[in-house]
Every structure is written in C-alpha cells, then in structure tokens.
Design a binder for this molecule. Structure first.
Ligand SMILES: [Ca+2]
Length: 225
C-alpha cells in the first residue's frame, strides 16, 4: 500500500512538472500578442495603401504628361498640314501667313512697284516683326540676285517727313535688324529727298531710304487665297 502511494505521488509530480515545462516552451516560442499588435497591423496596412496610392498618383501624372506631349505633337502636325495645304498664286511663295514674290526682271519706281504688285492681287511687302523680315530676307537672298541689287518694300514717310509707316498703316519699326547704315549713320538719313523704303543689296538687304522715283525691283506680298 505504501509503495502504491509513493508511486502515485511520483506520477502526479511528473505530470505537474511536464505541464510547467510545456508552458514555458509555449511562452518562449509563442509570446503573447503585444497590446498594440492590432494597431500596428492596421498602421502597416494603411501605410501600404498610402504607398500604393502614391504610386498610382505618380503613374497618373506620368500618363497626363505623355498625353499632353501627344496633344502638342498632334497640334504641330495639324499646323504643319495647314501650312503645306495653303497655296499661293502664280509665282508667289508661301511665308508664314503671307505669300511673297520678287519680280527679278522688273525695275520700276516705288509707286509703279505698288501698281505692279496690285496687278498681281497684292501690294509691296511689309514686315510686321523681325521674324517676317528674316523670312523675307532669306527669300530675297536666295533668289540668285547679284549683291548690288535693290528691292522696293512697302514703307514710306511720304505723308509726314520722318514718320515712317507701312502701306498697311502700321508704324515701321526702327533700328536693328530692320534698318541698315549709310556713311556710318543709321538709316533713314535721306530727309525730305528720300521718302521710300528699299532693301539695299550692298548692305545685306537691310532697309534704306531712297528717292521714290528711283527704279528698283518690287517685292510683292499677298495674303493666302
Ligand atoms: Ca524722308
């Protein structure tokens, strides 16, 4: 009987010991959840969503940028097609929104040049800005003229000495790059004896003033038809 009691005591002791040991092992490998664990998990999910949203926004920005670039390219293509589809009559050549024609075989006075150009449906050329002036100069210089050739354009101070205006009614610009030099002085320098504007070949086809009854070649201009 005593042996049985001792044996049972040993079994109970072993079981209690095993339970204590198993509890320690469980706690060691599966620590209890931290009170903030749920909060941390939520924060992690939110952070991940925030990153994904940021990436989506960046992709959206890139897509918008590409669409804008495509739109710009299409606009350029359309403008280019419009330009090439614009026609100029006869010997006129397209420059911007106007047509130019240099009558290389005609030498007439300034007034006669206007009549000549008007007979073709235009008038003497005027330049609204430096770009138009540069385009016209490129055309004149590339026309195969000798360097001493002079060309009438549509500017004058016939109405009021010193008040240079285009035949279209606008004031003519002064200085560079339009007007050239004569005897180291900036044109116009001719006073009351020189009231009509021409492109002087010997001065890089810049504008000079001259007596209106001199004979030069007309640079005609007309709007697109
Ligand atoms: Ca004058």
């Amino acid at each position: 009987m005593r042996l049985v009691v001792v044996f049972l005591w040993m079994v109970v002791g072993t079981v209690l010991s095993l339970e204590t040991s198993a509890g320690s092992l469980y706690d060691e490998h599966f620590p209890p959840l931290h009170p903030n664990c749920t909060q941390s998990l939520t924060d992690l999910i939110l952070l991940r969503q925030e990153v994904q949203l940021k990436e989506l926004k960046e992709e959206e920005k890139a897509s918008s940028r590409i669409l804008r670039q495509i739109a710009d390219i299409l606009t350029d293509v359309r403008n280019s097609l419009n330009r090439t589809s614009i026609s100029c009559p006869g010997n006129f050549i397209n420059f911007g929104d106007t047509c130019l024609y240099l009558a290389k075989d005609t030498d007439v006075t300034w007034e006669a040049s206007r009549v000549y150009c008007q007979g073709l449906g235009g008038d003497l050329a005027v330049f609204r800005d430096a770009n138009e002036f540069a385009e016209a100069l490129g055309y004149v210089k590339g026309s195969g003229l000798i360097g001493t050739t002079d060309v009438w354009v549509g500017g004058n101070d016939l109405s009021l000495e010193g008040e240079w205006v285009w035949i279209s009614g606008e004031d003519m610009p002064r200085g560079t790059p339009f007007w050239g030099h004569y005897n180291n002085a900036r044109e116009p320098t001719g006073g009351i004896s020189q009231n009509c504007a021409f492109l002087k070949g010997q001065d890089g086809f810049t504008i000079h003033d001259a007596p209106c009854d001199w004979k030069r070649k007309p640079l005609c201009q007309m709007k697109h038809i």
